[in-house]
Design a protein around this ligand. Structure first.
Ligand SMILES: [Zn+2]
Length: 117
């Protein structure tokens, strides 16, 4: 199981949030995660963005993205674990269980997108 951290954040940025094309600019002027300029004074990236797998607020942006893709969402707590389930219309539920909300959301979203996680 993929662990929370910047590798998982990058997988979510690319596989779920649609920032794939920024990958090739990561050493240049744009943030790999959010696509914003690294050297912009205004509205630039401070390098602390989009910690999808470790930050609750960032994880909710993943939930919203899945919602906007048309997925049904089910979140529940079970014996100290967070269960996150996504389902595309007429398909099977895809789910993940993890100790934190961001981890569970990212795992389930990656699995729903067919990314190995
Ligand atoms: Zn950024």
């Amino acid at each position: 199981m993929m662990q929370p951290g910047r590798e998982m954040d990058a997988a979510v940025a690319e596989g779920v949030m649609g920032y794939a094309f920024y990958r090739y600019e990561k050493d240049n002027s744009r943030c790999y995660h959010c696509g914003r300029g690294l050297y912009d004074d205004e509205n630039g990236c401070d390098g602390e963005c989009c910690h999808y797998s470790t930050d609750d607020d960032a994880a909710w942006t993943v939930v919203r993205a899945m919602w906007e893709k048309g997925y049904e969402i089910n979140l529940s707590r079970d014996d100290g674990q967070i269960d996150c389930d996504f389902r595309e219309a007429d398909k099977e539920w895809v789910w993940a269980s993890a100790p934190t909300l961001p981890h569970a959301v990212c795992m389930a979203a990656l699995r729903a997108m067919g990314v190995e996680a």
